[in-house]
Design a binder for this molecule. Structure first.
Ligand code: C5P
Length: 219
């Protein structure tokens, strides 16, 4: 059987990770969270004192980083489990800053293409359908209103016992979306041949069924 790529793009908090995990499990595909890779590079830069405007060093970190996305969802950076550290709000913003650097994108996109080479995969991010796998068999652009996305993020943080203020989360999310959508290299965009899915009034199970229907149609 042929290798299949399911590309899921969309803004922060739209539910891409939940959807990608569920669909990957249903189809027995691997799940690839590309945002975790940008987060890992941002974390490494932060820890080593590399400034956000030092483009050359950021690119070098991205090239040298050994990032492993484990089947159980853990993220390893150079062998260390950084799953929790990369979810800090400061690293969310940092990821959005380093991801605007073309050299960083080149390095990580190459790794992502390699990961999707052999196994069928559900890959989520901002540029999967437009840049990483423009020939993906299935492409969806998952969206929701900013308020719904912020509310989900708040619930998610609180569920993990972390403090979360709705207004603060909404503000940071809009800032990140703005940066991701306006950068010159690989801005967040719906691919022309992607299916638009608005999850504002759907639960996770309904979004999963909607995507599985699209997968069945396309493969
Ligand atoms: O998906 P997540 O919110 O974890 O991604 C963190 C940041 O990484 C995004 O805000 C975006 O700036 C960047 N990113 C990207 N391209 C991807 C995935 C994530 O630029 N394919």
């Amino acid at each position: 059987t042929k290798r299949i790529i399911v590309a899921i793009d969309g803004p922060a908090g739209a539910g891409k990770s939940t959807l990608a995990k569920r669909v990957a499990a249903r189809l027995s595909f691997i799940y690839i969270d590309t945002g975790a890779m940008y987060r890992a590079v941002a974390l490494w830069a932060r820890r080593t004192g590399v400034e956000w405007n030092d483009l050359q060093s950021l690119e070098q970190l991205a090239r040298e980083a050994v990032i492993r996305l484990e089947h159980d969802g853990r993220v390893l950076l150079n062998g260390e489990d950084v799953s929790a550290a990369i979810r800090e709000p400061e690293i969310s913003q940092g990821a959005s800053i380093v991801s605007a650097v073309s050299g960083v994108r080149r390095a990580l996109v190459a790794k992502q293409q390699e990961m999707g080479e052999i196994h069928s995969a559900v890959m989520e991010g901002r540029d999967i359908g437009t840049v990483v796998f423009p020939n993906a068999e299935v492409k969806v652009f998952l969206d929701a209103t900013p308020e719904v996305r912020a509310q989900r993020r708040v619930a998610d943080l609180q569920g993990r016992g972390l403090p979360a203020d709705f207004d603060e989360v909404l503000r940071e999310m809009k800032q990140r979306d703005e940066r991701d959508s306006t950068r010159p290299d690989s801005p967040l965009r719906q691919a022309p041949d992607a299916t638009y899915l608005d999850s504002s009034h759907m639960d996770a199970g309904q979004v999963e069924e909607a995507l599985l229907r699209i997968v069945r149609e396309r493969t």
